[in-house]
Design a protein around this ligand. Sequence first.
Ligand code: FES
Ligand code: FES
Length: 166
Amino acid sequence: MHTETLTQTYPVTTGTLREITLRINGEERRLSVLPYVSLLDALREYLDLTGTKKGCDHGQCGACTVLCDGKRIISCLTLAVMKEGAEITTIEGIDHPIQQAFIDHDAFQCGYCTPGQICSAVGMLQEGKAKSRDEVKDQMSGNLCRCGANQQIIDAIMDVKGGENE
Ligand code: FES
Ligand code: FES
């Protein structure tokens, strides 16, 4: 079992450290964190899981999307201490056909949004709500791609869904 402690990444470092346990990609990790540390920073700065990206840090771009107990969440707006005992899956723990589909459809350029897009797509496919291409677009609208690969991203998802591409 690992215990990681880091406080120097924040300008304010006062407060009472909290001991928490998260399950990350099937592995139990103990953390000693200040109560205002986001799950995103816990992943990147404490656990060296840098696949999850920080874009806006304000819940607006989706780059930080991870799965929590199988549901997609915005990790920049989630406090690490809120997820005590939760099962977190990051891009490092994803093994899904959508990854090959992204390659086949050239669904990225710089790749910065890609981990969040893939985690969000996996979560959306598990939700099973989106049936049509338009519904997929709507359900993926929280994940922005500044490179403009949106069409290819939707193509990749529709490919995995077995749906018709426009
Ligand atoms: S970094 Fe979390 S939504 Fe942009
Ligand atoms: S591939 Fe560059 S932001 Fe999406």
